[in-house]
Design a protein around this ligand. Structure first.
Ligand SMILES: Cc1cc2nc3c(=O)[nH]c(=O)nc-3n(C[C@H](O)[C@H](O)[C@H](O)COP(=O)(O)OP(=O)(O)OC[C@H]3O[C@@H](n4cnc5c(N)ncnc54)[C@H](O)[C@@H]3O)c2cc1C
Length: 384
């Protein structure tokens, strides 16, 4: 059994834990990250949309502000990551086209566009013909669209690879071990114990364990955040040379009442997503999920039939009761949450890392992070 010490220990090496570790290391803080399977869970499954506008939901104003701040932070974050590692973070600033298939789909899209405009967001309504001018391979039946210039995408697998390299070059220690429990002394978290019995003592523990964040032993039950797994299946298709680029923008579609999105990558990959079901920690890919994704994709993009099906995979979104993340103090001194990012964890990576790093450095949660404290769920009041 070995005992390490570190200024900060981060539990979980998905995009959130990795970016937070990198930010802290850049501030000269000594960081240890623990994860048995770094970068392979939800962050590797996601489609990588940066979609504050197209994903806006009625009544989620604080989350919208956070999402907009993070999409604005992505270009500098990606540039810095590339400068530090020589690796691309996979950011593609190509805008997003929302399209509707039948008249009911078009009515729903118009209602959403009205709401987006009332919020001051930049959207432009298009006829079906204008939508097809932007994306010529869309189905003739596409009846209308909305152009959203500010929603982009990131190849999340490239971002994970760049962040793994970034923590390495910035001197972060990565331990490929599961945290068995958080170590406490009275009401203070003082480190973690790993499955192999080793310990890491630290002044701060950051819990970034994605959909598993509510299960960390050692954290009193009443302080655990209400994070639950929401399963999502996605497909990765390959576009043959003859059809490239099948799409040049992210396309989000409502096809006969069903939602589907298609996210193109420059190398010819097309990500099609996503299903959503509450089945606990089950990550089996079901035939029905693959069927519905392909059915809806081919309705709006008929050449889907000609594309190679390369991968079908499922991941677990870390969801919370209000669809927003849990950031900052936990009620246990020294333990901070960086979790619950649900459908927007790729988008929220830069801003989360910044908020958590600032909180560690100053002891105060920045204004932008305050609506996302765990205490909003009725957990014991925590100092901000
Ligand atoms: C199908 C699908 C599509 C999505 N599409 C998008 C999208 O387009 N845009 C977007 O912004 N978001 C999207 N998301 C959401 C996004 O993927 C997540 O919000 C984000 O990846 C969460 O990152 P994370 O680092 O918190 O979690 P994860 O990537 O799951 O990382 C958590 C890590 O914690 C580790 N861990 C767990 N328990 C322990 C322990 N006890 N000890 C040590 N380590 C532990 C795990 O091994 C894992 O590596 C999508 C999600 C899914 C499933």
């Amino acid at each position: 059994m070995t005992g390490l010490t570190s200024d900060v220990v981060v539990v979980g090496a998905g995009l959130i834990g990795l970016a937070t570790a990198w930010r802290l290391a850049a501030d000269g803080i000594q960081v240890t990250v623990c994860d048995p399977t770094p970068g392979t869970q939800t962050s590797a499954v996601a489609a990588g949309m940066l979609a504050p506008v197209t994903e806006v939901e009625y009544g989620e104003d604080d989350l919208l502000a956070l999402n907009l701040a993070s999409v604005a932070a992505w270009p500098a974050f990606a540039e810095e990551l590339q400068a530090a590692t020589g690796l691309s973070a996979g950011l593609h600033q190509t805008g997003t086209l929302s399209v509707a298939y039948d008249v009911d789909d078009a009515a729903a899209l118009r209602r959403l566009a009205d709401y987006q405009r009332r919020l001051g967001l930049e959207v432009e309504e298009l006829s079906g013909r204008d939508a097809r001018k932007r994306e010529p391979l869309l189905a003739a039946g596409v009846s209308g669209g909305v152009w959203v210039p500010g929603d982009h995408s990131v190849d999340n697998r490239q971002a994970v690879a760049a962040l793994l390299r970034a923590i390495e070059v910035s001197g972060v220690t990565l331990l490929r071990q599961r945290v068995s429990h958080v170590l406490t002394a009275g009401t203070t978290a003082v480190g973690v114990q790993l499955d192999n019995g080793d310990t890491v003592h630290a002044g701060h523990v950051i819990a970034a364990a994605g959909p598993w964040s509510g299960q960390l032993d050692g954290v009193p039950h009443e302080l655990r955040p209400p994070v639950r797994p929401v399963k999502g299946e996605v497909l990765r298709l390959r576009v043959p040379e003859a059809y490239r680029p099948a799409l040049t923008h992210t396309v989000r579609a409502t096809a006969r009442g069903f939602s589907v999105y298609l996210v193109p990558r420059p190398g010819g990959e097309l990500v099609v997503g996503a299903t959503s079901s509450e089945l606990g920690y089950d990550t089996r890919v079901l035939a029905g999920g693959v069927f519905s994704l392909l059915r809806d994709a081919r309705t709006v993009l008929p050449i889907t039939d000609e594309l190679e099906l390369v991968e079908a995979i499922a991941g677990l979104r870390p969801a919370t009761p209000d669809n927003a993340p849990v950031l900052g103090p936990s009620g246990l001194d020294g333990l901070l949450w960086a979790t619950g990012h649900y459908r927007n964890g790729v988008l929220l990576t830069p801003i989360t890392a910044q908020i958590i790093a600032d909180t560690v450095r100053t002891g105060v949660v920045p204004e932008l992070g305050k609506p996302f404290l765990a205490s909003r769920f009725g957990a014991p009041k925590v100092a901000t």
